[in-house]
Write a protein that binds this ligand. Structure first.
Ligand code: TRP
Ligand code: ZN
Length: 898
């Protein structure tokens, strides 16, 4: 490896309060794409709670320093340098005015102030504000902001910033201005401005206390027809936060702005949320049911940050999960409530299943590799690399466990106390835990380990039935197994694991639960065991028959459960468990076990076969009309190739693909008539409806179509898919049909029908970038064949006039889709995928380090693959390590190679 100097590591243990505080900020912008002048006037004073410093150190990046004045007089002892500005010997309290220049037109990093589609946007989280002006750019410095924007009125008719509009008017030379004031103190990462040619969908609503609020969704003029769903989602979010948490919108005005160049999903800037267009724009013709659901979730997420993130923010970036884990939990609960209300457990479970699937596929993988870190990390090189599955998704599971332990009411009490104590403050994960503990009269010291230990806990279960005594004992053992070195260092002791369990009788019904020492059985047939020791036995009494245990119901903790179920027992649970999550889970366990056995055979060239009993178990779900279509779709979808490969002793993507395809084909051929019947039965004729029921029908019908496309003779599927493509009045059905056509013909290099549909799709949606993203992604994730490897298609598409590496959505749609969502093709034995990956990481590194670093992560599990693949990946990683410049990518590849 190159002998580069170790990059600076930032450690949580080194936290120190800032030497100075900034109480007010007045910003003035003269917006010109190549040369924007920023004047920043701050009231500064020494922090009484920090040690004395004679110099005032401000952060700044990519800025041209112009001038500094203190209390109105030019200040000579200001030194601009690579990382900011140093002011020597400043007074104890003063007004500081700094003027600097930045270049938004050339800013391809999409951090700080940048131009997209001719309009100005900002992205300040985590450390982008320092690319706009010199500042104490850290979340524990909170100030009130006043912002004056000046720009050409013709080019930038709309001028937006946080808070309330104070004043606007014309200026000489065709320019105009707007002045905004945000009444709430906030850290710099929540600052935002937008300027350009935009239009808004507007709505006025009354909040819980009767105050009128102006809601706006700002987009480019041609996108106004795709804003209704985002507005409805916003209104639903406002209502939900009032009713579930008693939290009201605190501003008179709340704005969402869509931008097509954006590094992440969306950003919760105070009163001025900025969104990736992907999470705003939708109508039935352009957006799938999944897009509609994602928009609802992300609009909710950003809105909920107004309280969990903005009113109460993070002391430092190690506390990121304080706002992200909590806000993901809130958006998950919002979506579940929207789908099933508070009580329809089956409908809520579909959301839970989707969330757990993401957690297990992505977060468990992260926790098993070189980037493994606790929910509250101990150190980082580049904070942007820590907006991770662990901080967000495992963080959300940690918050969910409080609710599982204390119930909804106890959780609400904890939240109320958290806001009572900390409104307006920048706090830590410990502060949150203490509020939850105190409100519920509990000591949660042991629970702290969920924040400080990395790796996925494993819980092994042993059970014993004593028929004579009618006792059933459940022994739980916890540990981490053989985890990644990065995780092992953090593991200190057992966790408090809320372990939900039910016992099922021979007739498939839940048994009454009475633990040893209790006087009678409880009404509830699910019990949350508080599992706190390394090994612990829980004994149920008055158990008249030997039960089948239903373990970790509703996935009550982010752990792996090991229990030796027989295939028959899993089929029984799949048919009878009263916990809908565990019904799904039983099917997944059954499928995973079969698929891993088959993958092992495929790896050694042994012929594949699948037991009829497995086919029968799936047939029962497929034809069980008592189950919702949405649930059946989830239960019949096999575990992903990535998840399966990760479960192997040595990941072998080709063998996993062969095994999974074998099973899909077997299920397709064996259940052909059932798939056809389901396909016909779940059509949704008539006008498109975005309801959970209608989207459940579409999901099941389109799953049936995808299985039919696996038939040995796919003619029928091709006919159905072509007809569906032509008749579709919505993107869900159209893209599913296109995907089925591509896969039905994969083996012979693509059919006429597939090619025609692809061309039609492009022409039809040429002016809709988000749909063209789907066009690229569908091709990058298609099956391919030996005669026509997908890498060749991808390389050709890189030269397509619509491809653009600078636009993150487009780069993700082609490059990330291939490198991260098509494992069998990406991990080609010849290393062609890895060479492509290295080229693209290096190219992106020069444009947008945040996006490059995300792509870089797709090789981090390289050590877990078969030897040939491992060598190819190592070579590609070393090549990247020798050439990249950014701190972002360097941290990823160096950790991977270490
Ligand atoms: N805080 C944002 C969210 O989760 C995340 C985010 C948006 C972000 N844009 C970013 C993080 C850019 C880092 C860099 O809601
Ligand atoms: Zn967030």
């Amino acid at each position: 490896m190159a002998d580069t100097a170790t990059p600076n590591v930032i450690r949580r243990a080194d936290y120190a309060p800032p030497a100075f505080l900034i109480d007010t900020v007045a910003l003035e912008f003269d917006l010109i794409p190549e040369r924007t002048v920023v004047r920043n006037t701050m009231r500064v004073r020494r922090n009484p709670d920090a040690s004395h410093a004679s110099n005032f150190e401000l952060m700044g990046e990519q800025l041209e320093f112009v001038s500094a004045t203190i209390d109105g007089a030019p200040f000579a002892q200001a030194h601009a340098h690579e990382h900011g500005l140093t002011l020597d010997n400043v007074p104890d309290s003063f007004e500081l005015t700094l003027t600097s220049i930045c270049n938004p037109a050339e800013n391809t990093t999409l951090s700080g102030l940048y131009v997209s589609g001719g309009n100005f946007f900002t992205q300040c989280e985590a450390e982008g504000f320092r690319r706009i002006t010199y500042f104490l750019d850290r979340p524990d410095v909170m100030a009130t902001f006043t912002v004056t924007l000046r720009a050409s009125k013709a080019d930038y008719p709309v001028l937006l910033s946080n808070g309330n509009l104070l004043e606007e008017g014309d200026l000489p030379d065709g320019r105009h201005f707007a002045r905004w004031e945000d009444p709430f103190r906030k850290p710099s990462y929540l600052f935002a401005l937008v300027a350009g040619k935009l239009v808004a969908l507007e709505e006025r609503v009354k909040s819980g206390s009767g105050k009128e609020k102006l809601l706006q969704v700002w987009v480019e003029p041609h996108d106004l027809d795709k804003t209704r769903h985002a507005m409805d989602s916003l209104i639903n979010s406002i209502r939900w936060d009032e009713s579930r948490f008693g939290l009201e919108l605190d501003l008179d005005r709340f704005m969402i702005v869509a931008v097509s160049d954006f590094n992440m999903g969306a950003m919760e800037n105070k009163g001025l949320n900025i969104f990736n267009t992907k999470y705003v724009l939708a109508n039935p013709e352009t957006a799938t049911d999944t897009d509609f659901a994602n928009i609802e979730a992300v609009v909710g997420h950003e809105y909920f940050h107004n309280w969990t993130g903005n009113r109460v923010t993070c002391r430092d970036w190690f506390q990121l999960s304080l706002k992200e884990g909590l806000t993901v939990f809130r958006d998950q609960e919002f979506s579940a409530d929207m789908a099933g209300g508070a009580t329809d457990e089956a409908a809520r479970a579909t959301k839970r299943i989707e969330d757990v699937r993401v957690l297990r596929q992505m977060q468990f993988a992260e926790d098993a590799g070189p980037m493994a870190h606790p929910v509250r990390p101990e150190s980082y090189v580049e904070i942007n690399n820590f907006y991770t599955m662990t901080v967000y998704e495992k963080g959300s599971e940690v918050v969910r466990m409080y609710q599982t332990l204390f119930g909804r009411d106890g959780f609400r009490k904890g939240m109320d106390l958290y806001f009572k104590r900390h409104d307006g403050q920048a706090v830590t994960c410990d502060d949150f835990r203490h509020a939850l503990a105190d409100a519920n009269g509990r000591d949660l010291a042991q629970f702290e380990r969920w924040y400080s230990q990395a790796g996925t806990p494993r819980v092994s279960v042993r059970t014993q039935y004593d028929a004579a005594q009618q006792r059933y004992s459940v022994t739980l053992t916890q540990g981490y197994g053989d985890t990644a070195p990065a995780a092992r260092e953090t593991q200190k002791g057992p966790l408090l694991i809320p372990f939900a369990i039910g016992l099922i009788g021979k007739d498939g019904h839940d048994l009454a639960l009475q633990l040893e020492g209790e006087t009678r059985a409880s009404e509830a047939t699910t019990r949350v065991l508080e599992f706190t020791q390394t090994e612990q036995t829980f004994t149920f009494v008055n158990v008249a028959q030997e039960p089948l245990p239903s373990l970790l119901r509703n996935f009550s903790a982010p752990v792996i459960v090991e229990y030796d179920y027989s295939a028959d027992q899993l089929a029984f649970l799949l048919a009878h468990d009263s916990d809908p999550f565990n019904r799904w889970e039983a099917g997944q366990r059954l499928a995973t076990r079969e698929l891993l056995t088959l993958a092992g055979r495929a790896a050694t060239g042994v012929p594949l076969q699948l037991d009829d009993s497995v086919v029968a178990a799936f047939a029962r779900v497929l034809t069980d009309e008592t189950l919702s279509p949405a649930f059946r779709e989830l239960a019949l979808m096999l575990p992903s190739e990535a998840y399966l490969a990760e479960q192997m002793a040595e990941s072998n993507p080709a063998a996993v693909h062969a095994a999974r395809q074998f099973v899909r084909k077997r299920l397709a051929n064996a259940l052909r008539a059932d798939w056809l019947a389901v396909y016909e039965k779940h059509r949704t004729p008539g006008a498109y409806e975005a309801t959970p029921e209608a989207s459940g029908h579409r999901a099941l019908k389109n799953l049936a179509l995808s299985y039919l496309a696996e038939l040995d003779d796919p003619a029928e599927a091709v006919r159905l898919a072509s007809a569906q493509y032509d008749a579709a009045n919505n993107m869900t059905d159209r893209s599913a049909a296109l995907s089925a056509l591509l896969n039905a013909s994969a083996a012979n290099g693509g059919s006429v029908e597939a090619h025609q549909a692809l061309d039609d799709f492009y022409r039809r949606f040429e002016k809709e970038p988000l749909v063209i993203d789907k066009w690229f992604a569908l091709q990058a994730t298609q099956r391919g064949s030996a005669q026509r490897p997908v890498i060749e298609i991808v390389r050709k598409l890189m030269a397509h006039p619509a491809f653009n590496l600078k636009n993150p959505n487009r780069a993700r749609s082609l490059i990330f889709s291939f490198c991260a969502a098509n494992p069998a093709q990406f991990h080609a034995e010849d290393g062609s995928g890895y060479a492509f990956w290295a080229e693209q990481v290096i190219a992106l590194d020069a444009i947008n380090p945040q996006v490059a670093a995300r792509l870089a992560r797709s090789l981090e599990l390289w050590r877990r693959f078969t030897p040939t693949l491992r060598d190819g990946m190592r070579a590609a990683l070393e090549k990247v390590a020798s050439q990249v410049k950014s701190r972002d990518v360097r941290e990823i590849v160096e950790k991977a190679l270490a």
